[in-house]
Design a protein around this ligand. Structure first.
Ligand code: ACO
Length: 356
């Protein structure tokens, strides 16, 4: 029995490989570093789906643009239900409203995730939704729908780099959740909702907002060591560190750190983050010797998305917007595998009393 399914292989995939000892992420035959910041999100999604997911558009930019517009037609009437919800709760509500019976559910899921993320981020503060522009690039349009104004090419590239970096990552908790749902033939949109529900937890994709809270609470480099030691003495986990598979530094951390540095120039926020990172690695080594805990994707996600002016409550919705392309591909792969995922539990509860 493996309570957390550590090291259990539960699927074969052509989509991505996570090498936790080498710190290497391969996405459909390419190292992450070849793709992120070099190939637009739409093209990476099309490459991920190629030969697997039905309806890959011949012009990915136009195909995903049309999907955002179609999703907006379904979702915009729901904007009035978003006030009082956090962005991730709002996104969950919106994604649940997308119809399984759509003619192109895979495209609708990705277009819908971008529209839902932007609507939910705006809706949480009472702002009305901004309609998509089908002719724009996916990342630029997503950022514009959040901010309500066009964004410069540097920021659009920053978000594009982020969306590609998180597009797929083996059998992580949210992808597994999506595959479990897909294995029952419940449909792609339901699989994506399941993915989001698993992603939102702070141990998975809910971590980057709390990373920023931690950096704010630390405040100055001089305060870092004492703050981090105190947190660990209270038994808290340091957000943005540790991983089930990586025993070395998560390769996504460096890709995102470089993207944040491109945006921030000489801004000392990166230097501060680096200093806190070193202090955290020291605290982890002191308090958890031999555990091999290192920086994960979420630490520099927080710095990058903050640089883009996205509110911290919106970080998880943006993670979901990128990962939806991966969830969809895994869901289709699972449907094709054609076997329901149904493990067993060992009963340790009471047995009925024997009849006298
Ligand atoms: N801070 C402090 N201690 C930690 C941390 C951390 N960030 N991560 C792991 N540990 C500790 C565990 O408590 C455990 O200690 P113990 O054996 O003395 O009880 C030990 O290190 C080993 O833990 P693992 O088995 O390696 O961790 P696990 O696989 O169970 O958890 C997880 C992985 C959930 C990511 C964990 O590292 C964590 O909570 N990190 C903080 C939250 C975070 O950053 N999440 C985002 C992960 S990336 C992603 O999902 C996109």
């Amino acid at each position: 029995m493996s309570i957390g399914l550590d090291d259990v292989v539960a699927a074969e995939t052509v989509l991505s490989d996570v090498d936790g000892e080498a710190g290497r992420l391969i996405i459909r035959g390419h190292d992450l570093e070849e793709l992120a910041g070099h190939v637009p999100f739409e093209d990476v999604a099309a490459m991920l789906w190629d030969g697997l997911v039905p309806g890959v558009p011949s012009d990915p930019r136009a195909g995903f643009g049309e999907a955002r517009e179609r999703a907006f037609r379904y979702l915009s009437p729901l904007a009035r239900h978003l006030s009082g919800l956090t962005p991730v709760e709002g996104m969950r509500l919106l994604l649940s409203a997308l119809p399984d019976a759509d003619k192109e559910p895979a495209l609708l899921a990705v277009g819908g995730s971008a529209v839902a993320a932007a609507m939910a981020i705006r809706g949480a503060t009472g702002l009305s939704p901004v309609a998509p522009d089908a002719s724009a690039g996916h990342a630029a349009d997503l950022l514009r729908m959040i901010k309500g104004a066009p964004v410069d090419s540097g920021r659009a590239r920053g978000l594009d780099t982020y969306l590609v970096t998180v597009i797929d990552h083996g059998l992580n908790a949210s992808t597994f959740a999506a595959r479990v749902v897909a294995s029952t033939d419940a449909g792609l949109l339901s699989a994506v909702v399941a993915g989001l529900c698993a992603l939102k937890g702070p141990l998975h994709g809910g971590a980057p907002g709390p990373v920023l809270d931690m950096l704010d609470a630390i405040g100055t480099v001089g305060n870092a060591e004492a703050w981090l030691d105190d947190a660990m003495a209270r038994g808290e986990r340091l957000m943005g560190f540790g991983h089930r598979v990586y025993r070395v530094r998560d390769p996504r951390a460096d890709v995102l750190k470089a993207a944040a540095a491109r945006l921030r120039g000489d801004d000392n926020r990166i230097a501060f983050a680096e200093a806190v990172e070193q202090a955290a690695l020291g605290a982890l080594q002191r308090r958890k010797p031999g555990r091999r805990l290192d920086t994960n994707v979420e630490f520099y996600t927080a710095i990058l998305l903050d640089s883009l002016g996205v509110p911290r409550e919106g970080f998880t919705p943006l993670f979901a917007a990128g990962r939806t392309a991966g969830w969809v591909a895994h869901a289709v792969e699972q449907e094709k595998a054609g076997r329901i995922i149904r493990p067993q539990s060992r009963y340790v509860g009471p047995w009925p009393a024997k009849a006298a």
